[in-house]
Design a protein around this ligand. Sequence first.
Ligand SMILES: [Cu+2]
Length: 716
Amino acid sequence: MALKKNVGASGKREYFKPPNIIVPSHPLDPLTPDEVLLAVKICKQLRPGNVFASVSLFEPSKSEVLAFKPGDPFERKVFVVLHDHKRGKTYELVVNISIDEADAKPSPVTPASAHVAKPTEPAKPSALPTTTSLLEREARVVDYEVVGNELTSLKHVPGVQPRLMPHEYDGVEKLLSTHQGFQEALKKRGITDPSKVKADTWSVGYFTPEDDPERRLTRPLFYYKRTEDSEEYNVPIEGLSPLIDLNKLEVIQLDDYRVHVLPPDPTNYKKAYLHSKIPQLLPLKFYQPEGPSFRLDGYHLIWQKWDMRLGFSPREGLIISLINFYDTTIGRSRPIMYRASLSEMVVPYGNPSAPHFRKNAFDVGEDSIGENLNSLQRDCDCIGEAAFLDVHLADGDGDPVTIPNAICVHEEDAGILWKHTDFRTDRPEVRRSRRLVVSTFTTVANYDYGLNWNFYMDGTIEFEACLTGILSAKVVSGSEAASGSFGTTIAENISGTYHQHFFAFRLDMMVDGVNNSVHEVNSETQHPSDLNPHKNAWIARKTQLKTEKEAIRVVNPLNGRYWTIDNPAIHNKWGNTVAYKLEPGENVLPLCHPTAQILKRAPFLEKHLWVTRNEDYAVKYIAGDYPNQSKVEKGGIVSWINEEGEDRSLDNTDLVVWYNFGVHHIPRPEDWPIMPAIRAGFKLRPNGFFDENPCMDVQPPPCNMPDEASIPPAKL
Ligand SMILES: [Cu+2]
């Protein structure tokens, strides 16, 4: 559906918002609220009393999706993670919700007349296996099929803990509000009003056998909200660390490492406290009088030569699939990437004191960035003719939750696209660049992350993270404050702990087709020789990374290292394989010791590039399926490359590129009390994908072209 300019009855400009999708029209469309409800209903019958850690689309295989044509029927399956607090067990279910109710056999959804059971419709218990039979089967811990029914598989996953859930935050605060020892520890710090104490439920990570995921544990961090308007994260409560069993909801142990006075509230950054001493800037409007240039038809997004589908999962947040670029020289759309998502984000902190050494947040696997997406606002988060999409998920009780306006699509001016001035004639040729921005913002407790995918007219794809919010700080005093060890003194009695943010991307590449290869390009100085008598020569050496183990690499900005994803079957006009290059931006390696426990849980951090074969297509997570309390990475990239034994070939095959970049954060006083945004990311640029500049066909900006009369005579 194209975006249209609308004018309401009041005559005021109304922006278009795509309607919520009632019936999915593509196998990768995210779940609708009705689909969430139906899957939850089935799960509740199977495992009553369990909580819902995750409800997301079970994506069909890549081959099924690539074979899909608009109007074809397709199945809908839902992947659910349940947790049984009473028994301390975690279950994975795949539920087929493409139900033909006449015979309760799975049947494909036909987009034009799809039927999804409404929440008010009675359940069909006769169509489900009995709970007893399920429990008998699940004891064998195997996948199984229930033919002719909604359930496709149910599996008990032993020895893991799913993500931390919002209802557990509330439970911890209630538990501690009546815990005598905890209240006494607060009094030692001068806190007499426990209602001002806020608890953030952090994973304990894994450091000793006591942290084993057989128990579901947290060691919360605490903050003091002095007034209704105060920022709690500006006032940490130091040294207090109860160990809590989240299943039994009881305090196992109360550790009180040190007592510090509460730091004062810093300058309040909120708008009610704005007392500006500077002249404010005049309005700056981004004006598109004829509306935007993109079209959004459901989740199908088209802009100039770009074509893609938007998606969502509660764990990964925004997913972009089937990314194509229309090549005007050959008159067809060419695929670049099958699926792009943020697979994991790890934030290790560098202070060795308790409980700070435990701060190794896995924001995707432990917390779920999609669950924490902001509702974006026009003219705040996105300027101009933006379109917004809602996303749907389930809360811990299985009740559907909608995050309105969670995904935003808009255009931005991006400066100069290309330009040349003929100095002999003084005639410029200039084209302005514009980018299509698909954005989300997620808040993970104290920190806020903008996560933008930008698409440019020259075929470049860029990911840009925007890091802002409130630092996770430590209270210090006396000699500790003076030494500044492991942190920067950023305010009175406040140290901003050194830390790093690692973003790990899963890039299922499809450069001009499914089968690709990967190369590394290093620019190298040449030795003096007869061929290099002036010693100025250098070459760009392109080396194929032939296997998964060869393709475990780090960046090298000093020699301009980059990697290419090539299609060996297709050559450009100049005889080279068509390719996209992965161009690293800012990057860093983890600063912890090589034997640190965090690197056993997230070994992928030690390298920036990984490439894997995409044989058994399934969405896999680089840090494993369940990083919460993981002792070692299980089911993550290192285990599956090594466990499968052979060093699999990456030559001319379906492959996934994993790129991991780190933001090195030594806090500054200027980052407090709220952090001005910093940005980091990477680019995927065409590299011989086209035969020439693919954006020479862009119209010139009207203001820039002088009329013939004003053109000065040539300087001859
Ligand atoms: Cu930071």
